[in-house]
Design a protein around this ligand. Structure first.
Ligand code: 5AD
Ligand code: SF4
Length: 372
């Protein structure tokens, strides 16, 4: 007999209520969701897993997001900004290791000197890789002119998480000032898309005050905005952050991870051909969770290739795990585990989201949920 979950999973489009139902599922219903997500992922994208080497180039930030460990007002952080030569050296090493895709991430800084610094790094990477290394930037909200300059200097993709689609909640987790306004963030995301970046966004899952309905709205937002890439992970309490005193309101770690898994699965069904990352934050809650997310619809992982001396200072939240890359050791174990469950790492593939390529070619995306 068909259950309610079976019926929802067969629909070509999910309503908000369907999404809430899926995100509220437990036990065998949740297992059905996970299996369906994996099936759609394999049908649409095959068993490949894209790799992006993550370089955290600076932890200097002008912002004060209430959840973040490197917010401007956290005086306990040792601030760093990697010299350009070291960033280029890290990119060169990544190239030698076989990576063809890196992410440059930093706290948010603005101004002509910063814009120029990033452009110069991008030009350096283009030169040293002969244009083969694809670069994703994650450098926060900037003017359209800055985004344009970086695109021309060689950036391909941009990640800018909206954190939440709910305006009230956005205000609750950010200082109430002009520098932290949701409208500005959404405008920035729109200009990235309109300029022609492969555009990524995402949300935090399970922060204080957030409901399942809010998370369903987040998924609807990502679909309507037509993002190419998504990174979303569980909220993690951070001792030095202003949200820390609200930690008693949080779902447990395993509940936050379970919800993350369902968010990834439902999004895969809603947007079969986008790139979805298995994020580091999940690892902080449950070691080994990236493999689980890969088997639930995610298709990207981002090993940290920041030079070890800087890594501990990029502490967005407590217990941020060391998801580093190495030929041997833990990364090797991770690779073997993925291979045993039938997946294949594709380090030499720059990993353009199929969704983006289809849009460029004017081909419509697969319509929502595939037929059972
Ligand atoms: N828990 C989970 N994710 C966090 N981020 C920042 N602080 C936290 C936290 N405490 C995420 C945000 C941001 C990204 C760089 O890191 O989503 O966009
Ligand atoms: Fe800065 Fe990003 Fe942290 Fe906000 S989340 S304080 S913008 S590093």
């Amino acid at each position: 007999m068909k259950t309610y979950i079976d019926k929802i999973l067969q629909k070509p489009e999910f309503s908000r209520d369907d999404i809430i139902h899926l995100l509220s599922s437990t036990g065998s219903a949740a297992e059905k969701l996970f299996r369906r997500a994996e099936q759609v992922r394999l049908e649409e994208l095959g068993n490949g897993v894209f790799l992006r080497g993550l370089i955290e180039i600076s932890n200097v930030c002008r912002k004060n997001c209430l959840y973040c460990g490197i917010r401007k007002d956290n005086g306990k952080v040792r601030r760093y900004s990697m010299p350009q030569t070291e960033v280029l050296e890290a990119a060169r090493r990544a190239m030698e290791e076989g990576f063809r895709s890196i992410v440059l991430q930093c706290g948010e800084v603005s101004g002509p000197a910063f814009t120029r610094r990033i452009s110069s790094i991008l030009e350096g990477i283009r030169e040293l890789s002969g244009g083969k290394m694809h670069v994703t930037l994650s450098c926060g909200e900037q003017s359209e002119d800055t985004y344009k300059e970086w695109l021309e200097a060689g950036a391909h993709r941009y990640l800018l998480r909206i954190e939440t689609s709910n305006e009230k909640l956005y205000r609750a987790i950010h200082p109430d000032d002009i520098g932290h306004c949701q409208k500005g963030r959404l405008d920035a995301l729109r200009s990235l898309r309109d300029l022609g970046y492969q555009t990524g966004s995402g949300v935090m899952i399970g922060f204080p005050g957030q409901t399942v309905g809010d998370l369903a709205d987040d998924l609807v937002f990502l679909k309507e905005f037509d993002v190419d890439m998504v990174g979303m992970g569980p909220f993690i309490e951070e001792k030095e952050s202003p949200l820390y005193p609200l930690r008693h309101q949080l779902w447990t770690g395993s509940e936050r991870f379970f919800m993350t898994r369902k968010m990834v699965a439902v999004l895969r069904l809603m947007m079969p051909d986008i790139n979805i990352a298995a994020t580091t934050a999940s690892e902080a809650i449950l070691p080994g969770s990236r493999e689980i997310l890969i088997a639930t619809g995610a298709n990207v992982i981002m090993p940290n290739i920041t030079p070890p001396d800087y890594r501990a200072d990029y502490s967005l939240y407590d217990n941020k795990p060391n998801t580093g890359f190495s030929r041997n050791g833990r990364f090797r174990a991770f690779t073997l585990k993925l291979e045993r469950s039938g997946y294949r790492l594709l380090p030499g593939d720059p990993g353009d989201p199929r969704h983006f390529r289809r849009k460029q070619a004017g081909i419509p995306a697969p319509s929502g949920v595939a037929q059972a």
